[in-house]
Write a protein that binds this ligand. Structure first.
Ligand SMILES: [Zn+2]
Length: 535
């Protein structure tokens, strides 16, 4: 009985873990490595044909994106996930395949000109479409027997529609072990979906730690804040451009905007138009409008019961073709445009930014985490101009960081999640899915609760019967991510100042619970610092 770590080890993408029991190999997630985590997605540390089962915690590409590649390379086992994750996978993996194909086509045009050999896409839309032949679905709370000696139970992880934490009960030669995989743990009080549910009993826990180093800031009311930005911007005749992930976050935004419209919170332009400009977002919204029984929180369930369409309202347009998308830039009516990608590094959002960033009456509203190195982060960091499609674009629009929307549990909620196992007989906690400077520190926090814990490295291996490490792993070299930022890049000194600001904020959060005298002295010192440098 063995557990191996094949992805999201001291990084936040490419989630993949492997259990071996009774001669069967079971993968938990098989995600794509993205951004600066990317090593070589085509290289797998196991033979796809040797895998018997793939259990998928949720549809995000960093947890599911290499499944079509497994299929392409000879996987012939079964894929098990919840019903709604299966629905989302079918559109998200097709979209991912489409990106793989266009990336390869772009690379091949360059290769041809340079006389280099052609590259193959990681997988094609056709490979992704074959997914259905391998899929078995389950509902939350249902325990299924995968094979002899292996039972699996999925519960709601509250992170994305259909998302799950998975418990595996393993029996081998009369030895029994229970392993819980957290998947991505959701934030509390998110619209539409429920709060994360808990397992409380396990021998081993594999848990995520994305936000293991911080707590989310509190926001009073998403609808009020969003309404205010929309009201103000449309009132000036400008557009509100919202870069957003197509699946999950876009539907949350539609949920809020429906509420804003229902309550009449935007006075400047009544019945303002809202464009969702992303074919994937359109397909996902259709799934979010389907049969969600067993997947909704109480409020959303009440709305649906009343016959309210959660994601539709007068003035909503879901665009599909690129022609429709281009027409949006010709139309001068003040409007809200929601488009992907969420971090502005690809997709139609880049066109909308090009047409709106330079206009002082427009606003760009960020509603999700922006990774270092992305265009989104550069804009948030105050760039005065950016280079897009070979042109300099001045940044005159209002840049708003709409904080508080997060689909991940923060530090305190992660601690609460693992704290549920306090009365159990956990032998070890493996902390994964957190950056190199986050996962090991979070593992130390988990140790303080009395658990043995650490952040494993890539290809590390454990014997679950003896609780012994049987192979050491390593931390792979990261790919350097670059993007077109041109003259708009902020200075190194300013970058350093921002970093120090983040460290200060982290220290403030860690100070919670210190004695009042120290807190007051700390606050006074910060006040003096602000007075000294406020020009
Ligand atoms: Zn996720």
């Amino acid at each position: 009985m063995k557990l191996s770590f094949f992805g999201a080890d001291q990084c936040v993408t490419g989630s993949c873990h492997c259990l071996e029991v009774n001669g069967k190999k079971i993968l938990i997630d098989c995600g794509l490595q993205q951004g600066r985590d990317e090593i070589d997605n085509a290289a797998l540390p196991f033979a796809p044909g040797s895998i018997d089962y793939v259990l998928i915690t949720h549809a995000h590409i960093d947890h599911s994106g290499r499944v079509p590649m497994l299929i392409k390379q000879g996987f012939h086992g079964r894929i098990v996930t919840t019903r709604l994750t299966a629905d989302l996978l079918s559109i998200m993996l097709a979209d991912s395949a489409h990106i793989q194909e266009s990336d390869a086509a772009y690379q091949n045009r360059k290769n041809e000109r340079a006389g280099r050999p052609a590259v193959e896409p990681l997988y094609t839309v056709e490979d992704a479409m074959r997914l259905n032949q391998f899929l078995d679905t389950c509902e939350y709370g249902q325990t299924i027997e995968l094979c002899e000696g292996v039972k699996a139970t999925f519960i709601d992880a509250g992170h994305l529609l259909g998302s799950a934490s998975i418990r595996l009960e393993l029996t081998e030669d009369a030895e029994k072990r229970t392993v819980v995989f957290s998947g991505d743990i959701g934030n509390v009080d998110q619209p539409i979906i429920r709060d994360p549910q808990f397992f409380t009993d396990a021998d081993y826990v594999v848990m995520e730690s994305t936000y293991g180093d911080r707590n989310h800031t509190e926001v009073w009311s998403y609808t009020d804040e969003l309404a205010q930005i929309i009201d103000e911007t449309l009132g000036k005749g400008g557009n509100v451009v919202i870069p957003s992930f197509a699946v999950g976050r876009t539907q949350e935004l539609l949920y809020f905007i429906r509420e804003i419209k229902d309550k009449g919170l935007v006075k400047s332009v009544k019945d303002f138009p809202v464009y969702v400009d992303s074919p994937l977002a359109k397909a996902a919204t259709t799934i979010f409008c389907g049969d969600l029984r067993g997947y909704l929180d109480d409020e959303a369930r009440e709305l649906v019961k009343d016959g309210t369409a959660m994601f539709s309202f007068p003035g909503l347009h879901l665009t599909e073709t690129t022609d429709e998308s281009k027409l949006l830039n010709m139309d001068t009516t003040p409007k809200v445009i929601i488009s992907a990608s969420g971090m502005c590094d690809a997709g139609r959002i880049r066109h909308h930014l090009k047409y709106n960033l330079w206009k002082p009456n427009c606003a760009v509203v960020f509603v999700g985490f922006q990774s270092p190195g992305t265009l989104g982060r550069t804009l948030l960091d105050g760039a005065e101009k950016v280079k897009m499609f070979g042109e300099d674009v001045a940044v005159r629009a209002k840049i708003v960081n709409f904080q508080g929307l997060s689909s991940h549990a923060d530090h305190d909620h992660l601690m609460n999640w693992i704290g549920q196992f306090r009365d159990s007989h956990v032998q070890h906690v493996f902390v994964v899915h957190g950056d190199r400077d986050v996962a090991p520190l979070f593992a130390e926090n988990v140790q303080r609760l009395g658990f043995a814990a650490h952040a494993p490295q890539y290809t590390e291996e454990y014997d679950l019967i003896t609780c012994q490490q049987t192979a050491r792993g390593y931390l792979p070299e990261r790919k350097k991510v670059t993007f077109e930022s041109g003259g708009g890049k902020t200075s190194q000194a300013y970058q350093r100042l921002l970093q120090m600001g983040d460290s200060l904020m982290a220290l403030i959060r860690r100070s919670k619970g210190r004695d009042n005298k120290s807190l007051a002295a700390f606050a006074e010192a910060i006040k003096k610092l602000i007075e000294r440098f406020d020009f």
